[in-house]
Design a protein around this ligand. Sequence first.
Ligand SMILES: Cc1cc2nc3c(=O)[nH]c(=O)nc-3n(C[C@H](O)[C@H](O)[C@H](O)COP(=O)(O)O)c2cc1C
Length: 185
Amino acid sequence: MLKIGIVTGSTRQGRVSLQVADWVKQIADQRDDASFEVVDILDYDLPAYNEPVPAAFSKDYQTPQAAAWSRKIEELDGFIFVTPEYNRAITSSLKNALDYLHLEFHNKAAGIVSYGSAGGTTAAGQLRMILSVPQVAVVSTQPALNLFTDFEAMSAFKPGEHHLPTVQNLLSQVVSWSGALKTIR
Ligand SMILES: Cc1cc2nc3c(=O)[nH]c(=O)nc-3n(C[C@H](O)[C@H](O)[C@H](O)COP(=O)(O)O)c2cc1C
């Protein structure tokens, strides 16, 4: 069974990232071709990146918290990143978590669900580019949730029904590419 992680993109108090990730998981759990779990970057408590050797060259991490993060990403076959947009970019906490690892991501697939006052698409575009470096193949379908229409008072997540088929397409593409890429790892 393929294992897909739904990765949160924010760690701030009062964040909505977990609500969006849980919603993606609820939709994903209706499938029987992969197992899905929410991977909350907050749980890994990663300090600001301070490794002496870049992850592209070694998995000999000096930061104790990096070991659990590395093991989790290693065991997954694919990812759905749930990313907000902060100042036209992904959050520093998600970028920090991504900077820790490299080899663990190689030849895996991902999809991106973004949100923000204009759908978070600038952050999603950046994330797509960032993920290309550790050789993650990002599928085309990219649901974008709007802070003003998919959230009440910009905090309680009430997604429009029209997002459902887009998320289902995203999941189908990620599962399909995750299976394909597993054959070359
Ligand atoms: C520091 C900061 C910068 C933000 N910049 C943007 C932005 O550039 N574009 C955007 O669409 N929304 C922006 N927002 C709004 C966030 O997308 C919105 O607050 C969202 O809920 C953040 O995700 P989170 O609640 O999971 O942390 C910003 C929010 C913060 C806190």
